[in-house]
Design a protein around this ligand. Structure first.
Ligand code: GLN
Length: 240
């Protein structure tokens, strides 16, 4: 097992809505509890891509449409191509909500221009208009992907207007039990490709779903010692 990790946190000042900063705190804590030094590396609009390339795990969180657009040019022209290369080389990554939309082919907000995506995942997201209900509330889903803890029930909070649809070769992360997930229609939540996960689950996701946190950390560090997750499991079971 490696004894240190650098965790890239993309656009912490723009894309960290609904407590998504909690995800990087969990990754740092679950590393430290195992004696692994974890450095959280903020990657802002001004950060050179060389800093991003030096990291072994990537996190990008949710945002309102406005902040998504502010990050758009930098992500598409500078950071996105590097993130794509890192994901293709099996660097673990977690993309939540707006970030999930951003790493697809495009996000079409209900007003303004379509925001092109980095094309890391073959998926598209479209907002059906300001008269359409936002997909908001607690959400539960069962992981269906055999490479990622199949059968585990994950929980979170969703708040998005965009509806995401996966391309034919994309593997969903989980089957919705209650709530909406990707689009409130096809019953799928999230996506997994190589060691990268996209999800609509805020909450933040990782504190109530430690198995996902450890899955990401193991891809970066190697086999991990087990932790006592009694409290985390109680938090998971509390979401209905
Ligand atoms: N702005 C995007 C939408 O409304 C993403 C929102 C979010 O990140 N929670 O769909």
């Amino acid at each position: 097992m490696k004894k240190s990790i650098r965790i890239a946190w993309l656009y912490p000042d723009l894309m960290s809505t609904y407590g998504d900063r909690g995800n990087v705190i969990v990754l740092e804590r679950r590393s430290s509890w195992r004696g692994v030094r974890a450095d959280i590396v903020p990657v802002t609009l001004e950060t050179p891509v060389s800093v991003l390339e030096s990291c072994g795990l990537i996190f990008m969180g949710g945002a309102q449409d406005r902040q998504q657009k502010l990050a758009g040019e930098d992500f598409l022209k500078r950071k996105g191509p590097v993130v794509k290369k890192m994901v293709e080389s099996n660097i673990p990554a977690l993309f939540v909500c707006a970030a999930y939309q951003f790493v697809g082919r495009y996000y079409k907000p209900y007003q303004g221009d379509t925001i092109p995506g980095a094309g890391i995942f073959d998926l598209t997201t479209e907002h059906p208009g300001d008269q359409a209900k936002r997909l908001i509330g607690n959400v539960r889903a069962e992981i269906v992907n055999p490479h990622v803890l199949a059968g585990t029930v994950i929980v979170g909070f969703e708040n998005h207007g965009g509806r995401t649809h996966l391309g034919p070769k994309m593997k969903p992360l989980a089957k919705v039990i209650s709530g909406n997930g990707n689009n409130g229609d096809d019953g799928w939540e999230g996506v997994i490709y190589k060691n990268a996960i996209g999800s609509y689950f805020h909450g933040p996701l990782l504190p109530k779903n430690p198995a996902i946190a450890d899955w990401l950390l193991e891809k970066a560090l190697g086999t991990l010692a087990l932790l006592n997750d009694t409290l985390e499991q109680k938090a998971n079971e509390s979401v209905r």
